[in-house]
Design a protein around this ligand. Structure first.
Ligand code: NAP
Length: 306
């Protein structure tokens, strides 16, 4: 049987990391780029480059724009959270009646917005701890080993194509509770990333602000419990402290985004926790204050705060 084509929407860091590994395994892949200008720029290259441990390999993966008419059976959405809904809406008419759509976005909120746009499709949420960045256009550096947790909040059964991820060497695990995974990652992010931006420090710098971190974790755990995510609340402070110690020399992703003048995903991280707390009438003064200070910081640098 012929393999189903993997359509990868967004040839950024994670999209390229997935597309090149799938292509390397001989699986059919198509990149979906935002417009003709990007397609022309891509087609002027030999393909998409994958860099790992000093080795560089280029894959001539065919690309198309959002408006191509090829039907899509399997879609990997690899845009930022704030771009995902609009990008998926632009290809929604191309999805087949039994399409699977994998959502790689960090945080929460964008996945439900996408799912609401494509009610017929099976949406699979992915929580990735792999790390990648683009050293230049159409070239990805594999920067951090990790794994990908996949799950579906509507159906428990794992899809048969998980075998293709194995074939492609993409580390993954199916989970019956992807919401808990995503909430936990979001909580870790909220306890660390905004503070590194406001204190202008590496993750390890937060060891000097231990009281603030402890208080934030207590409030985060309370919100998680109140919104039915007690599993994600368990041992949160301990894990936050472990992450801070283990990544002491690193700058958080939000710190790097702000430092490089890039839009952050604040709305789907701290913004989502604050909105959830408000919706269930759960007081979250420290998180709200942190959000307002972060918004002020972003606005002062001319960056979007939504
Ligand atoms: P990225 O490098 O900025 O890539 C996003 C890509 O989406 C860009 O190539 C962009 O195109 C493309 N895009 C945006 N709108 C589009 C549209 N309408 N049509 C087609 N393409 C469109 O972002 P990323 O780092 O891969 O992050 C993607 C998601 O994964 C985020 O939610 C992030 O938090 C999460 N994540 C990333 C990592 C990591 O290590 N990078 C790890 C874990 C989770 P252009 O190139 O044309 O701008």
């Amino acid at each position: 049987m012929n393999s189903v084509c993997w359509h990868v929407l967004g040839a950024g860091s994670l999209g390229s990391l997935w597309a090149t590994r799938l292509a390397r395994a001989g699986l059919p892949v198509r990149l979906i780029l935002r417009d003709k200008a990007r397609l022309t720029a891509y087609n002027a290259q030999a393909g998409l480059a994958f860099n790992e441990k000093g080795q560089r390999q280029t894959f001539a993966i065919p690309a198309q724009t959002l408006s191509a008419d090829e039907p899509i059976q399997r879609l990997l959405v690899a845009c930022k959270a704030y771009d995902a809904e609009r990008a998926v809406a632009a290809v929604a008419h191309r999805l087949t009646a039994t399409a699977d759509v994998l959502l790689l976005q960090n945080g929460l909120g964008s996945q439900d917005a996408v799912a609401a746009r494509i009610p017929e499709a099976r949406c699979i949420f992915v929580s990735s701890t792999e790390g990648a960045y683009r050293d230049e256009d159409w070239s990805v550096m594999f920067a951090g080993q990790g794994s990908n947790w996949l799950g579906d909040t509507q159906h428990d059964a794992a899809p048969a194509w998980l075998d293709e991820l194995k074939q492609a060497g993409i580390p993954h695990q199916w989970t019956a509770d992807i919401a808990e995974r995503l909430w936990r990652k979001l909580a870790l992010n909220c306890a660390i990333n905004p503070l590194t931006v406001l204190h202008q420090c590496r993750n390890g710098g937060l060891q000097a602000h231990a009281e603030q971190v402890t208080a934030l974790c207590a409030e985060l755990a309370h919100v998680l419990q109140r919104c039915g995510q007690s599993g994600a609340a368990e041992g949160l402070l301990d894990q936050v402290q472990q992450v801070i110690a283990a990544t002491a020399g690193n700058y958080s992703s939000m710190y790097q985004d702000v430092a490089q003048g890039r839009r952050t995903e604040i709305r789907y991280l701290l913004g989502h926790v604050c909105a959830t707390a408000a919706a269930i009438d759960c007081a979250a003064p420290k998180l709200n204050q942190l959000r307002l200070r972060l918004i002020e910081h972003l606005n002062a640098r001319g960056l979007p705060s939504d």
